[in-house]
Design a protein. Structure first.
Length: 138
């Protein structure tokens, strides 16, 4: 059994991906209400959540938005849901939901496939600073 924080949305991300880490830091900056918690897929907690939703975190090439003990979204749908939950001008990105998921995920997969080549990767997951440490599950 996993003890998950109540009333929070958990974003699972590739902790060694430079692009993914930059996106997480941007989300933290704009998440003024603190509705998101973050968890690297490579962490112990990330692996527990992955097992709970029956996803192999070693083969997962996607961001995952975990919204409750049973609900989760991945790839482009997760990205659009995250933007919608952020609110403000970010909500405009939800217009892309009109495109079929297969089309959106094709573009998402292209970026995901090339992210290490374009942005690089780390040897180990990012260590959050003291100012944002409470936003991470590990």
């Amino acid at each position: 059994m996993i003890d998950l924080p109540k009333n929070k949305n958990i974003i699972l991300f590739d902790g060694i991906c430079n692009m993914c880490n930059a996106v997480v830091l941007t989300l933290i900056k704009f998440d003024k209400k603190g509705i998101f918690l973050f968890c690297p897929l490579q962490s112990e907690f990330g692996e527990k959540i992955s097992k709970k939703i029956q996803i192999n975190s070693l083969k997962m090439d996607s961001i995952i938005l975990f919204t409750s003990n049973t609900s989760y979204y991945k790839k482009s749908t997760a990205a659009l849901k995250i933007m919608n939950l952020l609110g403000g001008f970010w909500k405009i990105t939800t217009i892309f939901i009109i495109f079929p998921e297969t089309f959106r995920n094709y573009i998402y997969d292209f970026i995901a496939k090339n992210r290490y080549k374009w942005f690089g990767k780390r040897e180990v997951c990012m260590l959050p600073s003291d100012q944002i440490k409470d936003r991470f599950l590990s």
